[in-house]
Design a protein around this ligand. Structure first.
Ligand code: PMP
Length: 291
C-alpha cells in the first residue's frame, strides 16, 4: 500500500506517496502515541467532515497532545487533497503521532506529526451482496475498563485488541469478531458498532467503553426519523438468540447486515434494509440536496 502513485499531505506539504516516511524511533510506533480518523467522501463531498475532525482533536487531547494545526486547516486540507488527487468516492485517513526527538516513555517535547492520505474507495451500494450478511465470532479479547485507558479515543493503542481479535477469527473463517466489554456485555465489532432488532425495536449497546461511532449516531437519528424505537442498553451475549436482525455500522462498513454470531443466526428484514437505504440517501450529496 505504500508504493502507490499520488501524494500525501505530511506536516504542511504534499509529498510523493512513496516518500511519506517516518523514523523507526518514533514514539508513536513504540508507545502507540498515535490517533487517527477514517473518513469518507461520496460524490466529492466528505460526509460529516467536521465531526470526524472534532473527534481527531478529542482523541489527541485524551492522549495529552495538541495537533499543531487548527481544525479548520485540517478540514480545508481534506477537501483540497480530494481535488488535488482527483478523487470523488474516497477514504481519507488523517493521522497524528508523537515523533522521534526523544526516546523513552516520556516524550513531552516530541514533535506532533500530522499526515492525511486519501485514496479511491468506490461506494458499491450493492445491497444484494451485502444482504448475505457477515459471519462473526465472539472475540477472545475484550474492550478494556474505561479506568484503564481513554477508551473513547480513536487511538492506535486500542486497535491492538481489534487486530488480535480479527486475525484470530479470520483464521477460523469468520469475517469479523464481536467484542464483549470488560464486564462481559456485548460491545462492538473490531471496526464498527453493532445493532440488534427485536419486535420492531432497535437495541444497541450503550457506548460507555468504545467509540460512539459517527455512523452509529447517524443511524440512530435515521431510525428515530422513521419512528423506530431505539433502546441503548447493556446487552448480555445470552440474549443474542432473542434478536431477529443484526447489523454493523461504521464509516467503512456503512450499514452492513450480520448473518451469524457464533451459533446464532439473523436475517436482514425491513428495518435493516430501510436503514441501509436511508444511510445511502444520507451520504449521497445529490439525494441530500434534493431533500
Ligand atoms: N468502533 C471501532 C473500533 C471503530 O474502529 C469504528 C470505525 N471508526 C467504529 C466503531 C465506528 O465509528 P464511525 O462510525 O465513526 O466510523
Amino acid at each position: 500500500f505504500d508504493q502507490r502513485e499520488g501524494h500525501i499531505w505530511y506536516n504542511g506539504e504534499y509529498v510523493d506517496w512513496k516518500d511519506a516516511k517516518l523514523h523507526v524511533l518514533s514514539h508513536g510506533l513504540h508507545y502507540a502515541s498515535s490517533v487517527f480518523e477514517g473518513v469518507r467522501a461520496y460524490g466529492g463531498k466528505i460526509f460529516k467532515l467536521e465531526e470526524h475532525t472534532e473527534r481527531l482533536y478529542k482523541s489527541a487531547e485524551l492522549l495529552g497532545f495538541e495537533i499543531p494545526y487548527s481544525q479548520q486547516e485540517l478540514n480545508r486540507i481534506q477537501i483540497e487533497i480530494l481535488e488535488k488527487e482527483g478523487l470523488t468516492d474516497a477514504y481519507l485517513r488523517p493521522v497524528a503521532w508523537r515523533g522521534s526527538e526523544m526516546m523513552g516513555i516520556s516524550a513531552q517535547e516530541n514533535k506532533i506529526n500530522v499526515a492525511i492520505a486519501a485514496w479511491e474507495w468506490p461506494s458499491y451500494f450493492s445491497p444484494e451482496d451485502r444482504l448475505k450478511g457477515l459471519r462473526l465470532k465472539t472475540a477472545e479479547w475484550r474492550r478494556p475498563d474505561p479506568r484503564t485507558i481513554p477508551c473513547v479515543a480513536k487511538a492506535a493503542g486500542l486497535y491492538m485488541i481489534c487486530t488480535l481479535s480479527k486475525h484470530k477469527v479470520e483464521k477460523e473463517g469468520y469475517q469479523d469478531a464481536m467484542m464483549l466489554d470488560f464486564e462481559g456485555y456485548v460491545a462492538e465489532a473490531t471496526g464498527a458498532n453493532i445493532f440488534f432488532i427485536k419486535d420492531g425495536a432497535i437495541h444497541t449497546p450503550t457506548p460507555d467503553c468504545f467509540l460512539n461511532g459517527i455512523t452509529r449516531q447517524t443511524v440512530v437519528d435515521l431510525a428515530k426519523r422513521r419512528g423506530i424505537k431505539v433502546i441503548e442498553r447493556k446487552i448480555r451475549p445470552e440474549e443474542l438468540g432473542d434478536f431477529e436482525e443484526c447489523f454493523l455500522t461504521g464509516t467503512a462498513v456503512e450499514v452492513t447486515p450480520v448473518s451469524a454470531i457464533d451459533n446464532y443466526s439473523f436475517t436482514p428484514g425491513t428495518i435493516t434494509k430501510t436503514l441501509m437505504d436511508d444511510y445511502t440517501a444520507e451520504v449521497t450529496p445529490t439525494a441530500a440536496a434534493a431533500e
